[in-house]
Design a protein around this ligand. Structure first.
Ligand code: UVW
Length: 368
């Protein structure tokens, strides 16, 4: 963690406000269900005001500072960039990544989308086939067909790649002009009921790069537990075990954490959603320094939940998406790769170009 971030994350006068924000988000997102799971009760002011960070006792950051450290914009790819770390995927990167394909074997990294899958808060996934069949018969050949109607938070259910318009920071209380996202873009710049005006998932380039699996289950000799943080020492131990030098990671690579939490998927959804093991701020900083383009895991948030610092809510999301343009790939199935000791592979994920979408479903694959 940078000194600047450490100062902010440790600051006492911020902590109550961040905690209040977390309660508000949890309460609003899940009608109280998630807040209850985390043992958090809404403060009266929040209960009255609904979603939003309650600003009454809000400590304002010093000039140039934000609740998550120094101002993070403009991005390394320019003040107008909307593609974030997918900019690392150059033709040279593609040619380098393809060298990892030796056998042609393809591993599915994603889950099947179905209504029974675990979902965050009150998110929905409702598929209907209108009619049986939907249309026809037509013509002398008597053609018939089926369509489907899908009602869902399409970029935020199941195996999902979070885009840059998904997560931001309320820099000054409830001031919407200071609710900022990647590249410092504000809610006013990007928000729109019919799809984000900027930072929509359609701006992200196809991801075709080297994937590296960190098998935490092998390091620990067991599945990880709720609230258990993946540390830098854990990553280094995994790399040593897997015979991969830490400096083998190159800008634009993607890194994936197999925690074992995914074994609960569609088996014990209540337990799966209560929290999870995952990346903490220090390991997150390690990934940022390696200049990865994406971090994924077999969990619903990739980062440790609850955070060991109980004053923080989803801080690694902000470090990756908001501050560094690094994508997050959630709810992956990494067990087959781990079972075959596949540590490095070609990772392919082409986010669906939903105009103004906050994320993308998809069928990510690993090829060796
Ligand atoms: C939130 O949206 C808070 O989390 P996630 O990106 O894990 O769905």
């Amino acid at each position: 963690m940078s000194d600047q971030n450490k100062t902010v994350y440790d600051a006492d006068e911020q902590s109550h406000d961040i905690d209040a924000g977390r309660r508000a988000v949890m309460t609003a997102a899940a009608g109280g269900a998630l807040g209850a799971l985390f043992g958090l009760a809404p403060a009266p002011a929040q209960a009255a005001s609904g979603i939003g960070f309650v600003g009454t006792a809000q400590a304002q950051p010093a000039a140039g500072a934000t609740p998550v450290g120094a101002a993070w914009w403009p991005s390394r790819w320019g003040a107008d960039d909307q593609a974030g770390a997918s900019n690392w995927i150059t033709p040279e990167k593609v040619l380098d990544a393809i060298k990892l394909v030796r056998t042609g074997k393809i591993y599915e990294m994603g889950r099947i989308y179905e209504s029974s899958m675990p979902k965050f808060g009150e998110r929905a996934f409702t598929l209907r086939i209108p009619g049986g069949p939907t249309g026809g018969p037509l013509g002398n050949n008597r053609v018939i067909w089926h369509d489907e109607f899908l009602a869902t938070e399409i970029g935020q259910v199941g195996t999902q790649m979070d885009g840059l318009g998904h997560i931001g920071v309320a820099v000054k209380g409830e001031d919407r002009a200071e609710m900022r996202f990647y590249n410092g873009m504000t809610v006013a710049d990007i928000s729109n009921a019919y799809g984000l005006k900027k930072l929509g998932i359609e701006h992200v380039k196809p991801i075709f790069t080297r994937g590296l699996l960190i098998d935490m289950v092998a390091v620990k000799g067991r599945n990880m537990n709720i609230g258990e943080e993946i540390t830098v020492a854990d990553i280094e131990a995994a790399l040593r075990r897997q015979n991969v030098a830490a400096d083998a990671l190159k800008p634009g690579d993607a890194i994936f954490f197999n925690t074992g939490w995914g074994s609960l998927w569609n088996k014990d959804n209540v337990e799966f959603g209560k929290g999870e093991p995952g990346v903490g701020l220090a390991a997150g900083q390690w990934c940022i320094e390696k200049q990865v383009c994406l971090v994924g895991a077999d969990t619903w948030a990739v980062e440790v939940v609850p955070n060991p610092n109980s004053n923080l809510a989803f801080p690694v999301h902000q470090e990756f998406l908001t501050k560094n343009g690094i994508f997050i790939h959630e709810n992956l199935d990494l067990a087959p790769l781990a079972a075959d000791s596949v540590w490095q592979f070609l990772y392919v994920m082409t986010p669906i170009r939903i105009k103004g979408g906050t994320g993308s479903p998809g069928r990510p694959i690993a090829i060796v």
